[in-house]
Design a protein around this ligand. Structure first.
Ligand code: IPD
Length: 320
């Protein structure tokens, strides 16, 4: 990999890189018509057969780009901290998703990780809005640790309507649509029914801040759950895929301070449709912009986790 501090470098010109990857003239967009999350019109896009959301051409060009780049040399820059990474592939994939969606839905709005890092405001209005994390698990991606996903959520009237998360290396497509269930490669997802913290497997992520006070709180939260005799606390390096594991019933709870709306949007629909709870760490309703979350298979478990946690302040996505 090739490390460069963000302020000293400009990542490769995106249209040139995009043309190189697609084998097209810069800016032509050819080839992307193959990649689709299924929507067809304004407002709430329609889903595929039997209420399921599908990709018309799995695994899709985007996923091929990510899988190919996973094993290659990368240009790596840092964002808010030395542990908050971005590569040219994050930016390329985000550009491709947005330009494709803009062609299909010219009136829709976008909230996307790399646009936000470049200064775009993250404000969720009532307008139809796509909420995009082009590569979740960028640190994994940089290190070739094969736990990397694309996450796309969609909201209308500030309500999350559907979410699509693709585990790029295991080729697992997680989908959820409000009122229509959650699926992984067509298999219905169901959360665990565990209510007892002393029998729980809990997932979390570290978040980007690494100052001593933040790390102390992070470790102390983990310690509190272990003192409460949770079976284990796991960190896999991708918030969205950890949340998908929760939706699959492979873990009983998830909590994090320092994640963003693009880490949470798609996964929230998937967990809720799998029968789970997604709430604020205060125990109140989820606030997508608050950079914190507790999720669990049951309300009892979510409440126990929320009660055990000390708050780590990451501010709000819509105030950055
Ligand atoms: C990050 C990862 C990481 C989590 C961060 C996320 P990114 O997303 O999910 O595991 O700790 O809070 O922002 O930067 O890889 O898209």
């Amino acid at each position: 990999m090739c490390w460069q501090p963000a302020h000293l470098q400009s990542l490769p010109a995106r249209s040139a890189l995009r043309a190189q990857v697609l084998g097209t003239k810069a800016g032509s967009g050819a080839g992307l018509a193959k990649v689709s999350a299924g929507p067809t019109g304004g407002g709430v896009p329609s889903s595929g057969a039997r209420g399921r959301f599908s990709l018309t051409c799995p695994p899709g060009l985007l996923f091929q780009i990510i899988r190919k780049a996973l094993s290659e040399e990368k240009q790596v820059s840092t964002k808010t901290s030395a542990a908050d990474l971005v590569t040219e592939t994050d930016q390329l994939v985000e550009d491709l998703i947005i330009s494709e969606m803009q062609k299909r839905f010219p009136s829709h709005r976008f909230i996307a990780e790399e646009a936000a890092a470049a200064g775009a405001k993250c404000v969720l209005t009532p307008s139809p809005t796509w909420i995009i994390d082009p590569i979740d698990g960028t640190c994994n991606f940089v290190h070739r640790f094969p736990t990397v996903a694309v996450s796309i959520g969609f909201a209308v009237n500030q309500e999350l309507e559907f979410g699509v998360i693709y585990h790029c290396t295991e080729e697992r497509l997680y989908t959820g649509r409000r009122g229509r269930g959650a699926f992984c490669n067509g298999q219905r997802l169901q959360v665990s029914g565990e209510t007892d913290l002393s029998k729980a497997l809990v997932l979390t992520e570290i978040g980007p801040k690494r100052d001593p006070a933040t790390l102390k709180l992070f470790l102390s939260n983990m310690e509190r759950l272990l003192h409460a005799k949770a079976h284990g606390v796991r960190v896999i390096g991708s918030s969205t895929l950890a949340l998908c594991l929760l939706a699959s019933g492979a873990a009983d709870a998830y909590y994090q301070f320092g994640l963003h709306c693009w880490d949470l949007a798609a996964a929230t629909v998937i967990i809720r449709e799998a029968g789970g709870i997604v709430m604020d760490t205060s125990g109140g309703p989820l606030d997508l912009m608050s950079c914190r979350v507790v999720a669990a298979g049951t309300r009892e478990m979510a409440t126990l986790i929320a009660q055990a946690l000390q708050t780590i302040n990451y501010g709000r996505d819509d105030e950055k």
